[in-house]
Write a protein that binds this ligand. Structure first.
Ligand code: IMP
Ligand code: MG
Length: 174
């Protein structure tokens, strides 16, 4: 297997800056709680918050794990809860990729139950053709086709998160 660059570092940086500016404009200077989804979302979150230098904010994390059981809709378990209350706060949930939509559907419901003032979901990548449940993020960095991608936080069995670009694993065979 070798890696083919799908989204180069410069394109990521440019798009993350745009997303940061868009979020700041929408928030209109009001404080926000930026909630990163562990583990994949941490690289995107780290760059995104630094694209919002004048925005008052705090940072929290949640983690979720999907488990395959008998349920055909798939199950998602929250494995790390928020460390601070978000009631009446503006909240932005920051994820690496939306695939089936199951993880963010579960996380969004869990956060909404805490009655934030507003809740936005921003994802770096979106694979809309893979949805098993309808889910529309509020902001998307890049829409991609049905491919398995790694880098910039995204992993394959824990590896490749540290790549500064988003790549696709392709077979060497020709
Ligand atoms: P969901 O299917 O929308 O619930 O996505 C759940 C999680 O699957 C994402 O947060 C990623 O951690 C992981 N995932 C989905 N597609 C990819 C991919 O192409 N590369 C790496 N991880 C992925
Ligand atoms: Mg993830």
């Amino acid at each position: 297997m070798r890696l083919r660059t799908l989204i180069p570092q410069e394109a990521l940086a440019a798009r993350v800056s745009e997303l940061g500016r868009a979020l700041c404009a929408e928030l209109g200077g009001e404080p926000v709680v930026m909630v990163g989804v562990l583990t994949g979302g941490f690289v995107f979150l780290a760059d995104l918050i630094r694209a919002m230098p004048d925005q008052p904010m705090s940072v929290e994390f949640v983690a979720a794990r999907s488990y395959s059981g008998t349920s055909s809709t798939g199950g998602v378990q929250i494995t790390h809860e928020l460390g601070a209350p978000i009631g009446d706060r503006h909240v932005v949930l920051v994820e690496d990729i939306v695939d089936t939509g199951l993880t963010l559907t579960r996380l969004r419901a869990a956060l909404l139950a805490r009655q934030p003032r507003s809740l936005r979901v921003v994802t770096l990548l979106d694979k809309p053709t893979r949805r098993r449940v309808p889910f529309t993020p509020d902001l998307v960095g890049f829409e991609i086709e049905d491919r398995f991608v790694v880098g910039y936080g995204l992993d394959l069995d824990g590896a490749y998160r540290n790549l500064p670009y988003v790549g696709e694993l392709v077979s060497d065979e020709v």
